[in-house]
Design a protein around this ligand. Sequence first.
Ligand SMILES: Nc1nc2c(c(=O)[nH]1)N[C@H]1C(S)=C(S)[C@@H](COP(=O)(O)O)O[C@H]1N2
Ligand SMILES: [Mo]
Length: 356
Amino acid sequence: MMEKTSDFRVLDADPFNGGTPPERLAESYLTPNDVFFVRSHAAVPAVDLATYTLTVEGMVSTPLALSLADLSAAGERFARRRMVAALQCAGNRRVELQTLAPIPGELIWDTEAIGNAEWGGVLLADVLRAAGVALDAELHVAFEGLDCVSAKDELFGGSIPLRKALDGDTLLADTMNGVPLPPAHGCPLRVVVPGWVGARSVKWLARIIVQDAPSDNYYQKHAYKWFPSDITAETVDWARGMMLGELNLNTLIGSITPAAGGIIVRGVALAGERTVEHVEVSADGGTSWTGADMLDPASRYGWRRWEARLMLPPGEVEIAARAWDTAAATQPERLEAVWNFKGYMNNAYHRVRATV
Ligand SMILES: Nc1nc2c(c(=O)[nH]1)N[C@H]1C(S)=C(S)[C@@H](COP(=O)(O)O)O[C@H]1N2
Ligand SMILES: [Mo]
C-alpha cells in the first residue's frame, strides 16, 4: 500500500492490515500516519465526497443529514476540536497469548496494533445535541461504516453507551495529525472513542443511530467480546460475554538498544480513561524494578513514552515492563492470568528478550 512506509509490518494484504514495527513504536509522541497501524475487516470503500452524507437517526427529535461542508465549516454549526488519543486494537499483543493455546481465525498481532495521533473534528456530543437526543443514560449510540464485509454480508459497525458518547471527548474526526484522514483510516469521517478499544472507532462513518440497546452488528454482538478464562470455542455461548469497551492499563516495550555498560529500553504506556503514573522495568523476572523516565506529560487519552537505562553484564536477558495508573493499579504478572480464547486485551507484563 502506497500510503505506508517500507518497514510497515503487513499482517494481511487483503484486506490490508498491518502496523508499526517495534523499533519505531516509541520513536515520536505522535505516530506518523505512514506508519500508523491499519485494522480493516474489508476493503477501503469508495466514497464520493460530493454526495457523502452522515445521517443521525433513531431516538432523536430532529434526524439530521449532514454533508462534509455542514460538518467542517469552521465555527458554523459545530465547534472544531483537537485531541491527542492513542488508538489500540483489542487484539494487540495476541501473539504472546498464542503461546498458551492456538487462537484460530484471528490476526496474530505482536505490538503493532497501537498508535498515538492528534485527531481533529467535531464533538459527537454536539452533533447528538443538535439532533435532539434524549438524555437517557440507558441509551446506546450505534455507528455504521461504508465498508461491507462480504463474508458477513454486513457493513462494519458497533456502538457505545450514550453516556460515553456525551462525555465531551468522543470525536467525529476528519483529520489525523493535521491532514485529512487517509483513506485507510476512514476518509472522510471516523469516530474516535478515546480510551476505548479501536473497534468502536468506526471508520468511513455514514450512519449514527440512537437506540435502546447495543448495536446488533456482528462486530458488537459477536466479535470483540471478552469471555472468562474457562470458556472455549467449543463451550462458548455468543449471547454471553462482555462487549469490550474501555481499554485496560498496558505498557509495551518498543526498542532495546545497547548503551555503555548495559541497555536502554524504550516503550509506551496507556491507561484507558485513566492516566499512566509510572513505568518500571525488570531484568530479573520481576524481583527488582527500575523506574523509567516518563518522556511525555501525563495525559488522559494520549500515551506516555518512557525510557529506562539498565546496567547489565553481557549475556542474554529477559526484560519485563509494567505500568502503574492513577488508581495505583498495575498489570498482571503472567499471561495465564489474562487468557481468554479470542485473545483480547493482553496486558500481562510485557517481556522481551535481548542480548547485552
Ligand atoms: N468501518 C470500519 N471501521 C473500523 C474497522 C473496520 O474494519 N471498518 N476496524 C476497527 C478496528 S477493529 C480498529 S482496531 C480500528 C483501527 O483503526 P485504524 O485502522 O485507523 O488504525 O478501526 C476500527 N474501525
Ligand atoms: Mo481492532
